[in-house]
Design a protein around this ligand. Sequence first.
Ligand code: FES
Length: 178
Amino acid sequence: MSDQQPPTPTDQPCCQLKRRTFLTRVSVILGAIIGFMIALPGIGYVLAPIFRKPKHKWRTVGKLDDFKVGGFVLVQYEDPSPVIWAGVTAKAGAWIRRASETEFIAFSINCRHLGCPVRWVDDPKLFMCPCHGGVYYEDGTVAAGPPPEPLYKLNVRIREGLVEIETEPTPLTLTTLT
Ligand code: FES
């Protein structure tokens, strides 16, 4: 008499094949889920700035009496959205002018070409960019050189004897560069 058992249904070739296919699919799906979970923080880091609104913040740049009616004064402030490792690069600047007793005009220091800091020259009353020769008039409009747009204007207000400007992350040039 033989003690050989009849093959159970799972030992049959057709069932072995199905089990192997099933395990392969489970492995692929689990691998994809784990891969997605590993990549998720990186994807979030890259895409987050697209959905984050730029921060606007009023910063005090001096007392009202610090500004005489006339030429432009350079003021420094902290960028409204610095990262903790930014260090000195978190500092931003603006040229601010007291046009009358109650009226102020402020421009971001960054050239609208590639962002170099522009310098105010009292005579001949122009903003000069040291990088590629961009020149702006005192109202911020382009006088010469490659900048495609006027200097970026910042809002100014006076509160309790202090001059404040509404700061925001360094604006990008919106038109096509030349
Ligand atoms: S960055 Fe100012 S002219 Fe190019």
